[in-house]
Design a protein. Structure first.
Length: 251
């Protein structure tokens, strides 16, 4: 029987495929508890539509810290406890130690969760930094981006703010925004617009699709915080053998 991991990820649609990415590299079963797609509204009286139930989408940072205990408690009330709780969030240039302590507290205060193994991981500053670290096998291979990937890379390099060898060094904390001064995902979108006369980069759809193409070994070589996360996860889930795919097998 596979080891069950409950995944609580900050953000929205771009994190929906995290379980698929993780299950390509570990034999564990990753059950996504957050984010959760909102259910379709039910028909109401006289043809009216009832409002959508409260969604588990879009929580990150303090919002994730506040929403996580309730969803974790609801899961523990109705399911057997998992072998591991995994929390993944964008750091968004916040202090890592403070953010980790806040998430630990949010989990440990839930009755029944105090003794469960816990791994907290941060994408620094955003999950798109992982895509930059393995550019050749994400943007460089995906059918939507590969024709313009070199122009996009040049555009991002020319800003002087994006460093492909060290993606986690992007931007600094802005107290007025309570986040990074710039958004890496927005800079990628700008680079795509600059190199392509139609369409746009979608954090919701494109980040989600590109995430499944990542080679964690390449990302680990350029992103120390990702390497820490991957090492922590390996202690609980034995990694699957590396399966090398031909380039023409990639989407």
């Amino acid at each position: 029987m596979a080891v069950v991991v409950w995944l609580f990820a900050g953000g929205g649609h771009s994190e929906l495929k995290l379980p698929l990415f993780l299950e390509r590299h570990f034999p564990c079963r990753f059950e996504r508890k957050m984010p959760v797609r909102p259910r379709s509204p039910l028909p109401g009286p006289a043809g009216e539509r009832r409002p959508l139930p409260k969604s588990g989408m879009g929580h990150t940072g303090k919002s994730l810290q506040n929403a996580l205990p309730g969803r974790l408690q609801a899961s523990l009330d109705h399911e057997s406890p998992p072998a591991l709780i995994l929390v993944v969030d964008d750091l968004d240039c916040h202090d890592r130690e403070e953010a980790e302590q806040a998430l630990q507290k949010a989990v440990r205060l839930v009755p029944g969760a105090g003794d469960l193994p816990l791994v907290i991981a941060f994408a620094v500053p955003e999950i798109e930094s992982w895509l930059l670290a393995d550019w050749d096998h994400t943007f460089g291979k995906h059918t939507k981006f590969r024709a313009s990937s070199e122009q996009m890379r040049h555009h991002l390099s020319e800003t002087g703010k994006v460093h492909f060898a060290q993606p986690e060094t992007f931007s600094v904390y802005d107290p007025e925004k309570d986040s990074c001064q710039e958004k890496l995902s927005e800079m990628i979108e700008e680079a795509y617009r600059d190199s392509h006369d139609r369409g746009h980069f979608s954090k919701a759809d494109d980040t989600s699709a590109l995430l499944t193409m990542l080679d964690p070994h390449r990302v680990s070589g350029k992103c120390p915080q990702f390497r820490l996360f991957w090492s922590d996860l390996r202690r609980h889930c034995i990694p699957l053998p590396v399966l090398f795919r031909r380039d023409d097998d990639l989407p």
